[in-house]
Ligand binder design. Sequence first.
Ligand SMILES: Cc1ncc(COP(=O)(O)O)c(C=O)c1O
Length: 467
Amino acid sequence: MSKPKKASKKKTAKKKGSAKTASRPKTARIVVTPPGPKAKAALSRKEKFVTTGMKTTLVTNLDVGEGSFLYDTDGNSFIDFSAGIGVHNFGHRPRQVVNAVKKQADKLFHICYMVSLYDPYTDLAEAMYQISPSRKLKKSIFLNSGSEANENALKIARAYTKKKWIASYKTSFHGRTILDISLTAKEKPYRDGFGPLLPNVLHLDYAYCYRCHLGLEYPSCNLACVDKIKETLESAPYAGDVAAMFIEPIQGEGGFMVPPPGYFQKLYQVCKDNGIVFIDDEVQSGMDRTGKIWAIEHWKTVPDMLVSGKGLAAGMPLAGVTGRDEIMSASYPGQLGGTYGGNPLACAAAIECVKLAKVNLPKVKNVEKVLSKRLKEWYDEIPNIGDVRGRGAMYAIELVENRSSKKEAPQLAAAIQQECFKNGLYILTAGTVNQVVRFLPPITTPTPVLEKGLDIVENAIKKVVKK
Ligand SMILES: Cc1ncc(COP(=O)(O)O)c(C=O)c1O
């Protein structure tokens, strides 16, 4: 008689748990305009104990992330179009990832791959080869962040080429270390006051077609911007002495610029002809975000090295460098590593993310359809939207004062972001002077949730541009 009683107790407990989950609204619901009282208290503690250099844009205090939604400690529910800056490509805490991390946590937290082998690291390295463009990138190393991964990519490229110069774009973003901030030319806030930075960095112009630095238009330009890059790379003092070219296939923080067809094929050839290692930074654009596992695949280009991060491990701190065998074999044993890079928990998460990337890839088409349709409709209606661009679930609008001057309107982008936030939507800005509103929803976001989030943005834009 006692057995059935126990079972029914268990059932009740389970029901309670699921009732709690079910009670979280699956939409945007603001019960107190953020920051609410609990968020304000958290903010004042932040101001006391956290460095001023750490700015928080959307001030609330989060408690739970689940699928496409965020929940704060004041009882507000938000739709998330930020995905933790492009991390939650498959939504917050995908069940498979949570289970894999829990399982791994019960076995091995840490030992360091430099000390002994463990399967999650090696399995992930093999998986990265399997999903690399055209299966041409054979070997990997895992690190803690995109920034650290770019550092390692450069070390490997220098070991391979024995050359000095590093090329990148003025509008690029590759992270926050001294190398990474040397790679971008955006002074504020990234570089300002942090010099001296690394020498021997060459800043080039990206294919920012909306503001073409050559004043040309695709396709009649015949990709003259690549010819210009070639000319520079083949002139003194760079000629024959450039180790690596860092590219983002679609620029992230720079403002979601998408180079035209043929661009990277042509650029890769220039690098190849000059013995320059082509480093494809896919920290933001990778893991399905643009409708291919890696964005560079849109240009049918196989890079020499691919840098991954963010979506790779669904929020566990992990990044990777995956490259051609001969390049990845250029450094000798002991030259690369780090205590935590490729931690077992993070690798266990990433192995699940690779599976999720394969399964969920077709969903990006729908997200792109919904996003691009609405954004283009707004473009037709609102003259402050100067440009709509993007790929897959990585879309943006560029705000301008008017279309003829193209003068950037960062104040509009910031006001739209805050208005969205007040109405229950997380969205981010980007761009050379933060004049861009970028859309990075999880690719698993259901269509009605996408539409609801877009309604919030549309109302915010209309309200803000009227002022
Ligand atoms: C393209 C790109 N590379 C590198 C990084 C740096 O990655 P992390 O913040 O993990 O160091 C970022 C971060 O936004 C990024 O967008």
